[in-house]
Design a protein around this ligand. Sequence first.
Ligand code: NAP
Length: 498
Amino acid sequence: MTSTRTRDEDSIYDVIVIGSGFSGLGLAIALKREQRHRFVVLERGADVGGTWRDNTYPGAACDIPSHLYSYSFRQKADWKSVYAKQPEIFAYLQSAANDEGVRPHIHFGTKVKRAAWDETRSLWRVETEQGPYLAKALVSAAGHLSDPAFPEIEGLDSYRGRIMHSAQWDHSLDLARKRVGVVGTGASAIQIVPELAKVVDSLTVFQRSAPYVVPRRDPAYSAAEQRMFARLPQAAQQLRDELFWFNEGRFLQRRRVPSFISIVSTMAQTHLDAQVQDPELKRKVTPDYEIGCKRILISNDYYPALQRPNVSLETSGIERGIENGVVTRDGVSYEFDAIILATGFEATDLPIAEVIHGCQGTTLAESWRSGPEAFACASMTGFPNFFMMLGPNTGLGAGSMVFMAETQTNYIREALNHLLERQIVIEPNAEAQRDYVGSIDSRSQGTVWVAGGCKSWYLHPTSGKLTALWPDFMRQFRAENGSFSSRGYDERATESQI
Ligand code: NAP
């Protein structure tokens, strides 16, 4: 364990990690297994799991196969089906925290209010609702799907019924036989709509732009298959590898390679033709941008749900909220007992960036005015001994975010060893960061996310740059960012930490 020879030794951690979702928990497990550094995880919630703890809406499930969307070092043989539902994923993360013995390192109910680099002491000072923490290095694993985005709809605050974001589901609210409006048709909404449609009196879905939808092939694993995966871990690994390479191939669609695009667009069109016959509905649910520009959704029951007699799809847009519902742009009033906002997350301008202060007190948000950027997708010039997991350009249009998080876990673990063992301060130099971001920008050009004619949270609203997604193969991310090198970093000795 790295020693800290200062007067207030006990109160200085080597590392503070913010967040215990898939990425922060994975890093905590790596640090725990390594047994070298004194670390603490600050978690604002009451349990581990991040987005998989918070998103408990009806129908919540993953759209990446669980044999791939899980830790490579904690493979689970008995996933119930190809795409696990939220309770199974949440339980998986809880048992990872328990079995790995990291819970004592996690301070729950500890929301970070401010984190500031103290140059005179070469320390991060993190203010929380439970008091201050000090550390030599800080890692944000706060995630980009953690803070709900609320739509700016005039007058919505005058609505007197219940209003609820999809990520803040209140299960005590009984929606059976109620009149409900759902705003949004993204990955969350298309899981919620079929479930609500079964129980509510009426459901109105407000669509701003239509998603592409392909079939969800989600067979249950039989007991025999689960036993085989338990007895033959190499079979589970082989499946994982196949799923990885299948998803890796999907990047070629996003690079707009014609033969790959035609496979997925035919799949979406065939699904639509098979499930929707009414020409008016078909017109409404046909997207007006290139496939892949936004997340391609998987569902077998979304289009059928829209055709239930108690469900309608509204596309003229919400003009304003009123006391008992909303009014659409074409002047129609809708009365609701409850409105569900399936409107996504603050994923472009990350709220955590507002509270991280680097050299001279500059916040990460201020340094990201033209869009989030990082060196090696992990560190930022002006922010010494600081790393971010699943920050700029780490998202995927197709593939497993757990793969990306594990890649960064290794990079950050090695970087922490480097700086803590040498008792130094490191930060990427501006030139290295500029070059790195330049290479990302040039790889982004021509991808469907930039050129596909849609407006998505993958692009920064002012600069128009691709800031949320990684514009290359997953294996390239690992080749570039899976192992720490001090090249591109400035290093200096630490100041007195007394
Ligand atoms: P999202 O993909 O950002 O979708 C938000 C939806 O709300 C979109 O349809 C959007 O319309 C609409 N919207 C936003 N503001 C609006 C406004 N002011 N008026 C009308 N409509 C508005 O959010 P999400 O569905 O919660 O998904 C977010 C991400 O979470 C996904 O991309 C995915 O990465 C992840 N997710 C994954 C799963 C999974 O199965 N693994 C499930 C759920 C979520 P526009 O399209 O026109 O912007």
